[in-house]
Each structure stands twice: as C-alpha cells, then as structure tokens.
Design a protein around this ligand. Structure first.
Ligand code: SF4
Ligand code: SF4
Length: 322
C-alpha cells in the first residue's frame, strides 16, 4: 500500500528541520549529497526557536531529517521532548544505522517515544542496502510493534528493476508498512537522469511536499524537496529567507502570504495557470519543453518574472464565484 503518516497533516501544518548533512552513508541518489565528512548542522538553540515559533504559527508537526539525524541522538531526544511540550507531533527520518540489534533498536526507540516521538520513517531501498543491513529495518519494525510507535519504510525505486523487485518482495513478506518516494533529479541523483526520463505536463504528479523547511545554513523554504545547494529554488517564491538575516516569525509570515503555493499545490489550478500563461504568450519556449518532475515545472515557472506577475490576475479570475 502506498501511504504515509506524513500526509496525516495538512500541507501548511508541517515543518521540516534538515538538522544535519552529516551521514554515515553516502547513497548514490542522495539529494543533499550527505556523507560523513559534512559538518553542516542546525545549532541546538536556533532549532528550539524554530520549533517554538512554528507552534505559535499553528504548525502541528515537525519532522527531523537530514543527513542522518540520529548521529546526534541526545540532541534529537531533547528536541523531541521540547517540540512535544510545544504541542507538536514529532517525526524522524533515519537510515536505521543505530539499530544493530533488537535491544539497541528497542532501547533507543523507547527513549524517543517516552520523549514524545510519534512516527519513525526508515529509508530502505537498493541505494540504502549498500550501507545498511535489512536486519536493522526488521529490528526497528519489530520494536515499533512492541512499543506501539508508528513506523514506515520509505522506499525509492532505482534504475535497477531486479534489485528493486527483490527488496520490495522482502518488504512485503515482512509485512512492513512502506511508502514509495520519487527519485528526484537533484544532488547526487542528477547523473541518473537523461532526456528519456522527461515527462509531459499531464503525467506530472501534484506537489505534495509542502513543509516549511529549515537548512543548516539558515535558509528556509516553503517545500521540503530541497537539495544541497538550492541555487534555482532560491530564485523562486519558495525561498522564505534565512534565520541569520530574518526573524523566524518573518519567515512564517512570508509563507502565509505566498500565492504561488496555492497554485502549485492544486493540480487543477496548476493546469489552469499553465493554460493562462500560454494564452498570454509568456515564455512559450520553456512551456513547450518536458519536465523531469513537478519540481522542474515549478521552478521553471516560478523563477520567471513574467509568470509570477501573472499570478495576481489569474487568482482574481479563478476566485470569482468562490
Ligand atoms: S539518502 Fe539518506 S542515508 Fe543516504 S546518504 Fe543521503 S541522507 Fe544519508
Ligand atoms: S513542486 Fe515546487 S513547491 Fe513542490 S516540492 Fe517541488 S519545488 Fe517544492
């Protein structure tokens, strides 16, 4: 079954802290190009301030992601406790390196749960299998059953269908709840995409990755499909500012006022907006090309001043009768 606890929350209710880019693994498809030599990390105190301000702005859930966040286990336990006290649900994404035995898995997960953790997402697929044993995933799933913690495996399809089939069969046989994530043409995965992977507009999924996302360098974005540099995304309305230059409240306020998000999160509105800007003769050259993903489309139109200027008029027309 394809579902995820991450989608229990409305798009505007979630925040994501890319807590670190350090990782014990260095997967071929990693969009943040994480590895063990990276030291980029959100400092503990700013992380608390982000969480507190988020809760004051009606955010309901926080996900800690990276990199491998449980390389900083004690800090994540403390931040989990703090976020819970602020009234937020807490989720963690991990590669499961720390679950080397049933007892190691259970003791760490018990401590996280006692401090308020609601859900644990474990990444496992062909790419992760080069670094982490599937036994670790089993220990985590068993412990989650034991202690009553929600757990979900996040699986990304590779360019190796035989390996994918074998891993999926294994996940199914073990009865794991898993969610299939898209392989994205960012970070180290860029080299894995060619022109034959491009899709037509009608084939693109709707964007479902909204979560106010904070990075180790202080940058904040309105979506969580960030990569290691974000050069293009930074030129779009998805960029909300930097906590070293803007107050955290300013960042949340900027997100609330973001009209482009309203369009890209709704497939019908996105299609109607595309028709609208084509009819207006805006950047037909870009619009005629095909796209790797909805992010490719999104960045193309949202980094174009002409298209952005058309948003206000488009929303006025499309809000008539609402
Ligand atoms: S995909 Fe996850 S586990 Fe793999 S290198 Fe990136 S952060 Fe680490
Ligand atoms: S479609 Fe746009 S808003 Fe959505 S995840 Fe991709 S870049 Fe972010």
């Amino acid at each position: 079954m394809n579902y995820s606890y991450f989608f229990d929350y409305e798009t505007q209710e979630k925040i994501c802290l890319i807590y670190t880019l350090k990782c014990n693994a260095s997967c071929q498809h990693c969009i943040t190009k994480s590895n063990m030599s990276r030291n980029d990390k959100i400092a503990f105190q700013p992380a608390k301030e982000i969480i507190q301000t988020a809760s004051q702005n009606n955010k309901k859930a926080v996900i800690f992601s990276g990199g491998e966040v449980l390389l900083f286990f004690d800090e994540i336990v403390e931040l989990t406790r703090f976020a819970s006290l602020c009234g937020m649900d807490v989720m963690i994404e991990t590669n499961g390196f720390w679950a080397e035995s049933p007892s190691a898995a259970k003791s760490k997960m018990e401590l996280l749960k006692q401090n308020g953790l609601k859900t644990i997402f474990v990444s496992y697929d062909y790419f992760h299998s080069k670094f982490i044993s599937c036994e670790n995933i089993k220990y985590i799933a068993d412990a989650s059953d034991d202690i009553g913690l929600k757990c979900e495996v996040m699986f990304t399809r590779s360019n190796n269908p035989d390996e994918d089939r074998a891993i999926l069969q294994h996940l199914n046989e073990k009865g794991f709840s898993f969610y299939e994530d898209d392989l994205l043409p960012f970070g180290r995965a860029c080299d894995m995409f060619g022109d034959s992977d491009k899709k037509a507009l009608a084939e693109l999924n709707v964007c479902d990755s909204f979560a106010t996302t904070f990075l180790p360098n202080g940058d904040a974005f309105a979506c969580c499909n960030i990569n290691d540099e974000n050069t293009e995304l930074k030129m779009t309305p998805m960029y909300l500012g930097n906590i070293n230059h803007n107050s955290i409240q300013e960042i949340f306020q900027k997100e609330k006022e973001n009209k482009f998000l309203r369009i890209i999160s709704d497939k019908a509105l996105t299609d109607a907006f595309m028709d609208f800007i084509v009819q207006k003769g805006l950047h037909t050259e870009k619009l005629e090309k095909e796209y790797f993903s909805v992010c490719d489309l999104c960045i193309s139109i949202s980094s174009d001043a002409g298209c952005l200027n058309a948003i206000e008029e488009f929303l006025q027309i499309n809000s008539k009768g609402e």
